[in-house]
Design a protein around this ligand. Structure first.
Ligand SMILES: Cc1ncc(COP(=O)(O)O)c(C=O)c1O
Length: 408
């Protein structure tokens, strides 16, 4: 079959809706249009049943004991806001300190900054060269004022999977609530809120072949019972945690997407890891001075993040962007030309932080697509280096770092 261009390989930003998900959603736009809060007629009962079934499917995917622990929101960003702001407001009397990491998504980091302005203290625990957070560093950051730890499950740029169960253990030992932004991990790798000691968990439908505009926050109801203050006031939907009518078709889509992910996870993860490894091997074996960002094993099976020395990430993107959708740095920050703060936090050379490229494979990518993308990236990098005086000097043995540049 002829290859269809452009090829999408940017699945950390979003994923296509699975046709099975769309099919499940469609009746809820038309004949099953009821409001889940309408308690006194069949339209409402049908809608409520559909929302509850979706809630149960999401609960099952993340190992939650009780579907009531799943609160629907508009997406990962809102879930992060609700977790941090909701816990901060509810437990303010208990303490005003939060522990998080330097490589969180902006939906956590920017909330943390806002809370700092409101009188909270926040510790940003650094990560190692491989992007891993040390649970002992988390333990060391906890004070008697700490009310919340927030550590992402999988990073959205480098895919690094954090030692979540170990951090959950530290949190329990110290009696501190534990939130994880699992937007990139849920549906891709096993997540179990019970076994991993997670009290609050963020996830989002559009990262798992579901629709955009819906996400969820898991809020533990037992051992301990976690309480959060709502950030949206109104009709008291979602047991008072999040007012606003639940978008039934989106919830149905989210539930269906969760079920498909749960049923096919081992096979899908293995297939994507095989394709990802093929892409990685092609790139690493065809060009020199290419560096893998993040941990080589402890990462999402569909993630690949590499830096090409002497080549700007943006130039690589421009070289392929009519045929291949990939990104340099996070999709959310790629409008600016700042080097990625995640790659910078790994302690790599700033030049290399500028040259990072992220690939995110997805359910519908094929072997042919991977071959094509690998080939095109290699061609573009080789061409850009042929035009790079720095690369030429480096190949002649000149130590570029010690060179003095004359401003004229
Ligand atoms: C780790 C992480 N958290 C939160 C979000 C935001 O999710 P949403 O787009 O559903 O608001 C993203 C999206 O890129 C993400 O990768």
């Amino acid at each position: 079959m002829a290859l269809k261009l452009p090829i999408f390989m940017d699945s950390h930003s979003t994923t296509p809706v699975d046709p099975r998900v769309l099919e499940a959603m469609l009746p809820y736009f038309t004949e099953r249009f009821g409001h889940p809060g309408s308690r006194n007629h069949p339209f409402g009962w049908e809608a409520e049943k559909a929302v509850d079934e979706a809630r149960a499917k999401i609960a099952r995917l993340i190992g939650a004991r009780d579907p009531k622990e799943v609160v629907f929101t508009s997406g990962g960003t809102e879930s992060d806001n609700l977790a941090l702001k909701g816990a901060a407001e509810m437990y303010r009397e208990k303490g005003t300190h939060i522990v998080t990491t330097a490589i969180e998504h902006r939906a956590v980091l920017d909330v943390a900054r806002r809370l700092e302005k409101q009188g909270f203290a926040v510790t940003y625990v650094p990560v190692g060269h491989d992007g891993l957070v040390d649970p002992e560093a988390i333990r060391g950051a906890i004070t008697d004022k700490t009310i919340l730890i927030s550590v992402m499950f999988a990073n959205n740029e480098i895919g690094t999977l954090q030692p979540i169960a170990e951090i959950g253990k530290v949190a329990k030992e110290r009696g501190v609530l534990f939130h994880t932004d699992a937007t990139q991990a849920v549906g891709k790798v096993p997540v179990d809120v019970e076994a991993m000691g997670i009290d609050l968990l963020t996830c989002s439908a559009h990262k798992i072949y579901g629709p955009k505009g819906i996400g969820a926050l898991y809020v533990r109801r037992k051992n301990p019972r976690v309480r959060i203050a709502p950030i949206i006031d109104g009709g008291g939907h979602e047991r008072g945690a999040r007012s606003g009518t639940v978008p039934v078709p989106l919830a149905v889509g989210f539930g269906t997407a969760a079920e498909i992910c749960r049923e096919g996870m081992p096979e899908e993860a293995a297939r994507l890891a095989r394709l990802r490894d093929a892409l990685q091997d092609k790139i690493l074996s065809s060009v020199d001075e290419v560096y893998l960002n993040g941990h080589p094993e402890k990462r999402l099976p569909h993630n690949l993040n590499v830096s090409f020395a002497y080549v700007e990430g943006e130039s690589v993107l421009m070289g392929v962007n009519k045929e291949v959708a990939i990104s340099s740095g996070s999709a959310c920050t790629s409008a600016t030309l700042e080097p990625s703060y995640v790659i910078a936090a790994l302690g790599v050379d700033p030049e290399l932080a500028h040259s990072s490229i992220r690939f995110g494979l997805h359910r519908f990518n094929t072997e042919e697509e991977v071959e094509y993308v690998g080939g095109r990236i290699v061609e573009v990098v080789i061409r850009l280096r042929e035009m790079s005086p720095l690369y030429e000097l480096a190949k002649e043995g000149v130590d570029i770092k010690s060179m003095r540049w004359k401003a004229e």
